[in-house]
Design a protein around this ligand. Sequence first.
Ligand SMILES: Cc1ncc(COP(=O)(O)O)c(C=O)c1O
Ligand SMILES: Nc1c(O)cccc1C(=O)C[C@H](N)C(=O)O
Length: 410
Amino acid sequence: MSQGAGAPTREDALALDAVDPLGGFRERFTLPKDVLYLDGNSLGALPAHTPERLRRMVEEEWGNGLIRSWNEAGWYDLPRGLGERLAPLVGAASGQVVVCDSTSVNLFKVLTAAMRLRPGRSTLISEVGSFPTDLYMTEGLVPARRRLIGRDGDSLADLLDDDTAVVLLSHVDYRTGRLQDMAAVTEQVHAAGALMVWDLCHSVGALPIELDACGADFAVGCGYKYLNGGPGAPAFLYAAARHHDAARQPLTGWFGHAEPFAMSPDYAPATGIGRFLTGTPPLLSFAGLDAALDVWADVDLERIRAKSLSLTSFFLRLTDALGLPTVTPRTPAERGSQISLRHEGAYAVVQALIARGVIGDFRAPDVMRFGFTPLYVSHADVFDAAEALREVLASGEWRDPRFAQRGAVT
Ligand SMILES: Cc1ncc(COP(=O)(O)O)c(C=O)c1O
Ligand SMILES: Nc1c(O)cccc1C(=O)C[C@H](N)C(=O)O
C-alpha cells in the first residue's frame, strides 16, 4: 500500500473485482495490453466484434450487395432501427429515438423545433459551463435571446420566466462530472411553461436514464463515448411522441420526407420520429454503432451504475491522500462516471500519465479528467492508475519540458 494510511490496497481492488458481475464484459473489448484506459468518456473502446461487422458491411453489403443493400441489408431502416435498439438505454418507449448526424447538428434540430413549439416566448436558457458546442449552437440559434446560468444568473430559478421557451442542460457536465436531477429539473422547467432539452453525451451508457418517466421533451447524445460506437459514430436524438405532429425541425432534407422516393418538389414531413432525419446516413459509421449496441443488449444498467459508483468512490478514496481539489461532487447521487481533479500543472500531469500508459484527459484550464467505463475498467485498473498519479506527482516527473508541449487535440 502506498497511497497513505487507511487507503484501500490492491488486494481490496482484486477482492472487489472478484465479485464484479460485469467483469466478463472486459473480454468483449479489444484494448492494448500496456494501457489503462480512463478516457472512455471521450472515445469509447473497440468492441471485439466491431471489425467483423465493418468488414461485412464493406465487403459483403457494399462490395457484393451494391445498391441492393439499401433494401436487402436493411440500410434504409438503420436510423430508426438503431434508434429502437438505443431507446432502452435512455428510457424511451418505441418510436421516439433516431440515430443520425452529429450531436451538434441534432442539437440545432431539436432546439429549433422546441423554440417553434413555444411561439409566444423567445428566450433559451443554458449554462455557461456547458460543453462548447452546446454554447456555440445556442449562440448561433438565438444570439440575442440566450441566458446562461453562471453568467446571467446564479441558478435556473433566477432565469426562468414567462418568456422562457426552452432550457438546454447537460445531464452530466463534461468537465465537472456533476449529474443533474433530470426529473426535478424537467418538472421545474415545465412548471414555468417551457420545454426541456437534455444533452446526454456524458450519461448515456454510464447510468440508467428515464426520459419518458421524467417527461423530457427532447434529448441528444453521442455514440462514440460510453456507447463505444467508434470515432465519429453517429449521434442520436429523442423527441417525445406528444410533440411529433407539431414539431417542425429546420433541416428538412429528403430523408425526413414522408415519401422520399416520390421525389416531390414539396417538403412534407414524415410522421413520427422520422421527420427529424435529414440526409443520407454515413452508413459505415452506423455499422460501428450497430455492433456496439450488441454489447448493450446484454447489459443491466443498474449494474453499470453500481459499478460506476464503486469505481469512482474507490478512486476518490485513493486520491484523497494526494490533497488535490476534487471538482466532481463527492455525493455519489450527484455525479456521473468520471472524477475530475484540479492541479496547476494538469496538462503536463496528464501527459506524464499518458507516457506511462495511463490515459485520462485534460480539460482547460486546470482539470485532469478520469472516466470510468464499467464495461471494461476494473478496480485493479483504478488502483494502478491512482498509484501512477501518486508517483508522477511525488517524483515531479510531470515538470519535464516534454510534457508541456500541447497538441491540437487534448
Ligand atoms: C456534452 C457534449 N455535447 C456535445 C458533444 C459533441 O458534439 P459533436 O459530436 O457534434 O462534436 C460533446 C463531446 O464532444 C459533449 O461532451
Ligand atoms: N468529439 C471529440 C473529438 O472529435 C476530438 C477530441 C475529443 C472529443 C470529445 O468528444 C470531447 C468530449 N466531448 C469531452 O467531453 O471533452
